[in-house]
Design a protein around this ligand. Structure first.
Ligand code: GLN
Length: 471
């Protein structure tokens, strides 16, 4: 692989402002990196250089992200660009509007450039469930980049993108960030508008960022946060100054270490990363506090019941009539629905629709869905009690580093169980960030910090302290 300079948003901003490079030249530079690396890595499934150059011609460098190209996950609408959720079902779909997140990026001067590969409809943990083929992990090409924001993580890690948007329903920003060695931030539920994010499980979905640095994560979050009248679940909570928080350090912060997260089932590299993070935080003046999140055992089951239930309802709209793929062989209405959905969806999406329909069916609703909602409330309560004692929680992102690509030995259940450390934040609506931790292994491993609702500033503050200590 040719060496890539891996420029961050902050470094690209400096080059643009010093007139070392023009916005159009920056697009050309990224385009040639994409042409060199993407045929192998498959991180992008489409990109439109002409549209990006047209935007670059009017770039306003006085804006916070003036002239900065950003990669966007394929499930976030970008006006006039294919938005296919890496699904055959949306093969021919071109977004007729911008997602609010994209509108905000454009208003800050950024240029959407490239649609990143993903697990179909964001369902998966390895990027392998894409109708456009798997993405390779730039940090070890025999390995999966993680998922579902596989392409966003690989694009940033390989230098094909300065930064990218992803979406996180159960870990899809934080886990691929951990596996590829980039920073992945999932904000509090409601912090960033979901308008224009194709719905998977609406009560869990959040747009998040994948960046080279904590500073870039703060820059993007600043632009993306805020209330949106088009998303009734978006919050009116005032937006903090995220960049100002970065240099304040961790002295005096209380950071919780849940005993349930220090399982002997974690890979040695993951345990080493947690130990290193705890030591670094202690050295910087934070106090580490052991605590318990007693319902951790039930989080994966609750998540998959709720996520599949919501998905089965959200994906009912792909009926072959309103948009996207339509089976050409259908005879009659019922046949049109079933053939379209049979060929339009991949195996994992179908598995989830079937599971979701089952848990919502009248005979099983109380046994599964209603119970999962109770577990969800208990998980939120665990965190509320924990955050009475600590400012932040430290834990792993995933039990292992990136798995091998196409590992046939892993059953769907084993894959689901590996989401144990990421889904709690979604169930409770909390913000989380994955920061790459040097731990001596061959593959990247991230550590995760979780914060109370709207505690992003403090979370970024501690993440920046770790990053600075490990630089
Ligand atoms: N791996 C989880 C799942 O498959 C998370 C997906 C996501 O966050 N979009 O549901």
């Amino acid at each position: 692989m040719p060496a890539s300079p891996l420029p961050s948003i902050a470094t690209a901003r400096r080059r643009l402002l010093n007139r070392e490079i023009s916005p159009a030249e920056l697009i050309e530079e990224l385009d040639s990196t994409m042409r060199a690396l993407n045929p192998r890595l498959n991180a992008f499934i489409s990109w439109d250089k002409e549209a990006a150059l047209a935007a670059a011609a009017h770039a306003d460098l006085s804006l916070p992200l003036g002239g900065i190209p950003l990669a966007i996950k394929d499930n976030i609408c970008v006006l006039g660009q294919p938005t296919r959720c890496a699904s055959r079902m949306l093969d021919s779909f071109v977004a007729p509007y911008d997602a609010t997140a994209v509108t905000q990026l454009r208003a800050a001067g950024a240029i959407p450039f490239g649609r990143t590969n993903m697990d179909e409809f964001a369902m998966g943990s390895a990027g392998e469930n894409s109708a456009y083929g798997a993405t390779l992990n730039p940090a070890g090409e025999a390995h999966a980049p993680g998922g579902s924001s596989s392409g966003s993580a690989a694009a940033v890690a390989s230098g094909m993108a300065l930064a990218a948007l992803g979406s996180d329903t159960g870990g899809s920003v934080r886990q691929p960030a951990s596996h590829c060695g980039v920073v992945g931030l999932k904000p509090t539920y409601g912090r960033i508008s979901r308008y224009g994010l194709v719905a998977f499980a609406s009560s869990l979905d959040q747009i998040g960022t994948m960046t080279h640095s904590v500073e870039d994560a703060a820059l993007l979050l600043q632009v993306l946060s805020g209330h949106d009248a088009k998303d009734s679940t978006s919050s009116r909570e005032p937006v903090a100054d995220y960049t100002a928080a970065l240099r304040t350090g961790v002295r005096g912060l209380r950071i919780g270490l849940p005993q349930e997260y220090l399982s002997s089932g974690n890979a040695p590299a993951v345990s080493a990363a947690i130990e290193r993070a705890a030591t670094t935080l202690r050295e910087q003046g934070a106090e580490l506090v052991e605590l318990s999140l007693p319902h951790s055992e039930a989080v994966v089951a609750a998540y998959y019941i709720i996520a599949c239930a919501e998905a089965s309802s959200n994906l009912a709209r792909y009926d072959g009539i309103r948009y996207g793929y339509r089976s050409p062989e259908a005879r009659g209405l019922d046949d049109l629905y079933s053939r379209t959905r049979e060929t339009g969806f991949g195996a994992e999406v179908k598995r989830r629709i079937i599971l979701g329909t089952y848990v919502l069916s009248s005979g099983f609703y109380d046994a599964y869905y209603a119970k999962a909602q109770k577990v969800r409330a208990l998980v939120a309560q665990d965190f509320a009690q924990a955050f009475e004692k600590v400012d932040l929680i430290l834990g792993p992102v995933a039990p292992t580093p990136a798995p091998l690509l196409h590992d046939q030995d892993r059953s769907p259940l084993q894959v689901y169980l590996a989401d144990i450390y990421t889904v709690p934040a979604n169930l409770a609506g909390l913000p989380g960030i994955s920061i790459p931790c040097p731990q001596g292994g061959n593959l990247p491993v991230g550590v995760q910090l979780l914060a109370p609702h709207f505690g992003e500033a403090r979370m970024l503050q501690a993440a920046a302290a770790l990053e600075a200590a490990w630089a």
